[in-house]
Design a protein around this ligand. Sequence first.
Ligand code: ATP
Length: 241
Amino acid sequence: MTTSDTLLRLSNVSVRYGAVTALDDVSIDVARGETVTILGANGAGKTTIMRAITGHAPLAHGEIHLDGQRLDGMEAHRIARAGVGIVPEGRKVYGRLTVRENLLMGSRLARSKQTEPERLAEVLDRFPALHSRLDESGSLLSGGQQQMVALGRALMTAPKVLLMDEPSLGLAPMLIDEVFRVIADLRELGVTILLVEQNAVMALDIADRAYVLQAGRVVASGSAEELRHASSVADAYLGAL
Ligand code: ATP
């Protein structure tokens, strides 16, 4: 898609780790308000896409733009300030900090006109279970609650686009349902989301469009509805086994 409403665009992006080509000529568009998912097996390059966008993996080739602003080549903290929020793989909740401190960490990057207390109140409205735990250590939380903190921390930055790296990884099935419900709610609110997932069935359930990545290349793309029935999705997984 090349409409003017494209918010995030990766154009012909390649990333190498030494001799390993992790991404090979990858082009991905995310429109404003859209939820796009990137599917692929272990090692397909999903995390590298996130690292490329957030400025943690230099591009060997290609360009990345957010809302018309070129991101590649910028330092990671500037990219965050430009409006890229991330919920990292493994959640990365800081156990030595309280839940409140974890949430407020995102706040200094905020581009929002709202005050910090206003944004915190909004995040707590979304995740009421965190309210009573604000002054507890992050390490005492369950995996599901940690995922909420990681999501809340990203939302505190009022990002233009929210990147999520395998939010279901390592969670019990019940909690996975809960996390996907939250993502679906955010989508309803108009948050622009780029979601990287191994759980293709659930990701396709909440996404508008999807890209299938195999060995660093996009091998299929289309509406979530189309890809739900596409053999390329199954092939991308089976091919990696
Ligand atoms: P996973 O689901 O396991 O996180 P992924 O789809 O996110 O997989 P990446 O982590 O992006 O895949 O890795 C893509 C490729 O790059 C893999 O072949 C991986 O072995 C390789 N790779 C990743 N990080 C490095 C690194 N720091 N040095 C060398 N090779 C790397």
